[in-house]
Design a protein around this ligand. Structure first.
Ligand SMILES: Cc1cc2nc3c(=O)[nH]c(=O)nc-3n(C[C@H](O)[C@H](O)[C@H](O)COP(=O)(O)OP(=O)(O)OC[C@H]3O[C@@H](n4cnc5c(N)ncnc54)[C@H](O)[C@@H]3O)c2cc1C
Length: 460
């Protein structure tokens, strides 16, 4: 009801002559919501335009087809959420999310064994819950912001600019109203992998960004289960890991709200997991650890099996493209990553910090979009290279460049070293904690090349 009233107020304000203190965000998913939170400190009005009608409860929705799939929230992403929305961790817990300490409660099977875990608490913490719950809790917080409005059921289909190539707003349409225009001094595209911004730029006579695509042809199949009552595992998240180049399969279970498990099977190189109950179990049985199969075989499925195969790494190079002043792009619309590494939402969170820095100090008179996209490209480069370096270790991955001799040798050396470091986590809980800190973006990967760590990895 609250959301509906706000929507109506916005619809009354779609007057293209007044854009001065209004910012527009395209897409009301994770990147869009976090963007709106930051923009609300700089604009009197922030309008989030979302093509879906937003559900009143945590539910799957069409515009975010990946929302049936598991979503790991990294400790870094969780810290940023808390910074932007103080107390949100408590609200997530109240809504059913479970707190997780990744050094203690994450079990990973790889290289023939389980990782060693530490018994003492770490600060690598976040929550485990379904993706719809996470998005819903963030949205509830924004609904209470007097500066943020949702315009639901509208699809943006173009940018409005003036004679000086400055953005003045967006053109959008809905079934009810047809095409309308909404003014905005700053327009942020957070419309995800399927962003149409390259076409919008083209129709303004501008060059769309170049793209780099590295496709591992990874498929997911996900089903929810009721957790067996008698079973109280020590883990909150369990992963049977793929290992390139030959072992293409993975299995993932996370405890989530409502005493349910979200269970995912994955296969690289088009080794897609089946979507029927029997085939799903057989695929689980083929994983290198029997525990995974035993666990789900004893549990009761409570959902259909949802497939997802749009998993390619896709980087749009907006940092090299002339953009209208006041139009920027972030989130999956710029850098969509293979989901196995669980980085996407955290990258959206770090991206809005880049946006916040770009907007400072004290509000801008002119918005040099290219400056923002350059800063963002720096922010995205590490997660991009972490995901693509691993994916390219599968020979079936498409999109590789022909590296020169030196790059090939270096890649092999670093790949071998990373593998050895991961193997060490099976015996050394401190190494597991360190790898978790790097993976959760709390520490730079450079810590893995400290002499003491190298000694520990190579000698033990
Ligand atoms: C299978 C899978 C699993 C994943 N697992 C993880 C994980 O474990 N951890 C993690 O951190 N990340 C994960 N991700 C990535 C994560 O989903 C995204 O990074 C995250 O949702 C941020 O994306 P976004 O907000 O930029 O775009 P999206 O979440 O795709 O949202 C885009 C929004 O824009 C709206 N929209 C689109 N076009 C328009 C338009 N023209 N007008 C109005 N609205 C529009 C859509 O309806 C949608 O609401 C996964 C992704 C996939 C595909």
């Amino acid at each position: 009801m609250d959301t509906l009233q706000k929507t109506q107020r916005v619809e009354a304000r779609t007057n293209p002559s007044n854009n001065e203190d209004q910012a527009v965000v395209i897409g009301g998913s994770i990147a869009g919501l976090l963007t709106a939170r930051v923009l609300a400190d700089h604009f009197a009005e922030v309008v989030i335009i979302e093509r879906d009608r937003l559900p009143e409860q945590p539910e799957l929705r069409q515009g975010v087809p990946q929302s049936a799939q598991p979503h790991v929230l990294f400790a870094r992403g969780y810290r940023i959420l808390e910074e932007l929305f103080p107390g949100i961790g408590g609200e997530l817990s109240k809504a059913g999310a479970l707190a997780i300490d990744w050094a203690r409660e994450f079990y990973r099977f790889g290289y023939g064994g389980w990782n060693a875990t530490t018994s003492s608490p770490s600060d690598i913490v976040s929550v485990t819950c379904s993706r719809p719950l996470l998005e819903w809790v963030i949205r509830q917080r924004l609904c209470h912001s007097p500066r943020v409005r949702f315009l639901e059921g509208y699809r943006v289909n173009g940018l409005l600019t003036n004679a000086n190539q400055k953005v003045t707003g967006v053109s959008l349409h809905s079934k009810g109203t047809g095409v309308v225009q909404l003014p905005g001094k700053l327009v942020v595209d957070a419309s995800g992998r399927g962003s149409q911004a390259p076409h919008w730029l083209k129709s303004l006579g501008l060059t769309p960004p170049e793209e780099t695509v590295i496709n591992p042809f990874l498929g997911y199949a996900t089903r929810r289960y009721q957790a067996p009552q008698e079973f109280q595992p020590d883990w909150k998240v369990m992963l049977i890991s793929q290992s390139p180049p030959n072992n293409t399969r993975l299995g993932y279970i996370a405890q989530i709200e409502g005493k349910e498990w979200i269970v995912t099977l994955g296969g690289y190189g088009r080794d897609f997991p089946p979507l029927d109950g029997q085939g799903f179990l057989e695929f689980a049985h083929s994983l290198p650890s029997p525990e995974f199969y035993q666990m789900i075989q004893a549990a009761k499925p409570v959902s259909p099996i949802y497939a997802h195969r749009a998993t390619a790494n896709r980087l749009r190079h907006y940092e090299k493209t002339p953009l209208p002043e006041g139009f920027v792009v972030l989130g999956d619309a710029v850098c969509a990553l293979c989901p196995v590494y669980g980085q996407g939402m955290t990258v959206s969170a770090t991206s809005v910090l880049v946006l916040r820095d770009w907007l400072h100090p004290g509000g801008k008179k002119a918005y040099c979009s290219l400056d923002f996209q350059r800063q963002l490209a720096k922010n995205n480069s590490l997660p991009w290279s972490m995901a693509t370096t691993q994916d390219l270790r599968f020979p079936t991955t498409a999109g590789r460049n022909q590296p020169n001799w030196l790059a090939r040798r270096l890649g092999k050396l670093l790949g071998g070293y990373t593998e050895r470091a991961l193997q060490r986590t099976n015996e050394d809980s401190a190494m597991h904690t360190l790898i978790m800190e790097v993976g959760h973006q709390l520490k730079s990967p450079a810590v893995l090349y400290h002499p003491q760590v190298i000694f520990r990895v190579l000698v033990g």
